[in-house]
Design a protein around this ligand. Structure first.
Ligand code: AMP
Ligand code: GLY
Length: 430
């Protein structure tokens, strides 16, 4: 049984079905690809854990996977576990590593884990003002809880100076009663997703996510407009040593969670910044990333169902095989996405040749060849190739399969973009 109905869940479901599993889906939106690939499905809000739990008692699956963060922020995993259903996703206590940014920072501090940032949670405007006014460094304003990737405000990008940052923080304070202020770090961001069985972790290929809505990394933050991976499972601008550092940090977080009586089972995904002062933690998440999860699942040469079972049984092993190919994924989104999205219809014609890009269905309804978009990301187009720029070109080429009005970031993975990043990696001072 799988909970979730985006592009990431379409990728999970299609891996499972290709290995002969029967999938029972709880979907928030009538995603035509998930429906096509499910033995049975039910349309239900992904946060309606009581209905999903009731449905699981009727289905009695051998294994459940709760994929989206919104569902992990409910008692769903705990209630499935209590009913004797094995779940390859973290309990609500373990998922707090994502659902509370304050908890994540405090665990890192308590266990002196490398890569933490200066941070402070404020609950009143007076201490917020006095805390920030003494600060010389640039800072970032964050709600404590989940924001779908859209709640964080970065000084110099989303607001110009300390005073306007305080105003933004006060708005969050007014709504949530709490606000997190963090030191701002700069550098290259990368995503490291790992399989975690409660104590051991196994790495997936590194990925980079492009969150800004418009080309050239401009415009508002989104859930993610696309993502890349490289054939050596590093990135052209992130070294093996930096990946090892990030692995070390995740290992220590997993062990800290165990010591806190919150063992973590499932996928853990760290967002890191390779900064001048070392590898820093931006965020820890308790699930596959979307889109980066689609890149790695697309490369996976193994049965996810078997891996999920190993996570539940506490015996995940190294040597999980991913193809040594580069991938580029670009999301087709409704026009105006990021500020003022408009729903549209898209016609999808069949692929011309077997080796072209693959298409995963996200927040759309309709049929496999004619979809109606929502206001969120619509279709994930992903190609594999020997290099990132070649994969990027393949995605662009396959856009001729899609007619209708949509937006997409063509620059993701382009030769020019990679060249610029590699140049600043080789010459960090410039
Ligand atoms: P999040 O929702 O935490 O993933 O944050 C969204 C984006 O904000 C991240 O991908 C970063 O680009 C940026 N961000 C978050 N925290 C920081 C930080 N402490 N310093 C610099 N950028 C940050
Ligand atoms: N790639 C952004 C996220 O999944 O949170």
């Amino acid at each position: 049984m799988i909970v979730g109905s985006g592009g990431r869940e379409d990728a999970i479901v299609r891996n499972l079905v290709s290995y002969g599993h029967s999938v029972y889906s709880c979907i928030g939106i009538a995603n035509p690809s998930i429906i096509r690939n499910s033995a049975e499905y039910v349309e239900v809000r992904e946060t309606d854990w009581k209905s999903i739990h009731a449905r699981s008692l009727a289905w009695r699956p051998d294994l459940a996977v709760v994929s989206p963060d919104s569902a992990l922020d409910t008692p769903l995993v705990d209630s499935l576990t209590l009913s004797g259903i094995p779940v390859a996703s973290p309990s609500s206590k373990a998922a707090e590593i994502e659902t509370s940014k304050q908890f994540m920072r405090s665990i890192m501090a308590k266990y002196s884990i490398e890569g933490n940032l200066w941070n402070q949670t404020y609950t009143d405007s007076e201490s917020l003002r006095s805390g920030i006014s003494g600060m010389r460094n640039e800072f970032v304003v964050k709600p404590i809880g989940l924001t779908g990737g859209k709640g964080v405000r970065v000084m110099g990008e989303h607001f110009p100076d300390a005073e306007s940052g305080i105003k933004l923080a006060e708005e969050i304070l007014g709504k949530d009663g709490r606000v997190l202020i963090e030191e701002k770090v700069t550098g290259e961001e990368f995503s490291l997703q790992v399989f975690c069985d409660g104590s051991d972790i196994v790495a997936m290929p590194l990925a980079q996510d492009y969150k800004r809505a418009y080309e050239g990394n401009t415009g508002p933050n989104t859930g993610g407009m696309g993502s890349i991976t490289d054939s050596d499972h590093l990135l052209p601008f992130v070294s093996a040593a930096q990946k090892d550092k990030a692995m070390g940090i995740l290992r220590r977080i997993v062990s800290a969670l165990s010591m806190e009586g919150r063992p973590f089972t499932g996928i853990m995904y760290g967002q890191f910044m390779a900064s001048r002062n070392g590898v820093k933690v931006i965020e820890i998440n308790a699930r596959f990333a979307d889109p980066e999860g689609i890149n790695v699942i697309n490369l996976l040469d193994e049965d996810l169902g078997e891996i999920f079972m190993k996570l539940v049984n506490g015996n995940v092993e190294t040597g999980i095989r991913f193809k040594n190919r580069a991938t580029v994924l670009k999301y087709v989104v409704p026009p105006g996405y990021g500020t003022n999205p408009r729903q549209t219809d898209l016609i999808i014609s069949p692929a011309e040749k077997a080796d072209s890009a693959e298409l995963y269905y996200a927040s759309v309804t309709g049929t496999l060849d004619k979809v109606k978009t929502s206001k969120s990301r619509a279709l994930a187009i992903i190609a594999q190739a020997d290099s990132i720029p070649e994969a990027s070109r393949k995605v662009d080429e396959s856009l001729k399969r899609i007619s209708g009005e949509f937006a997409i970031r063509r620059d993701i993975g382009s030769a020019e973009m990679i060249r610029r990043k590699v140049a600043s990696f080789n010459n960090p001072a410039s």
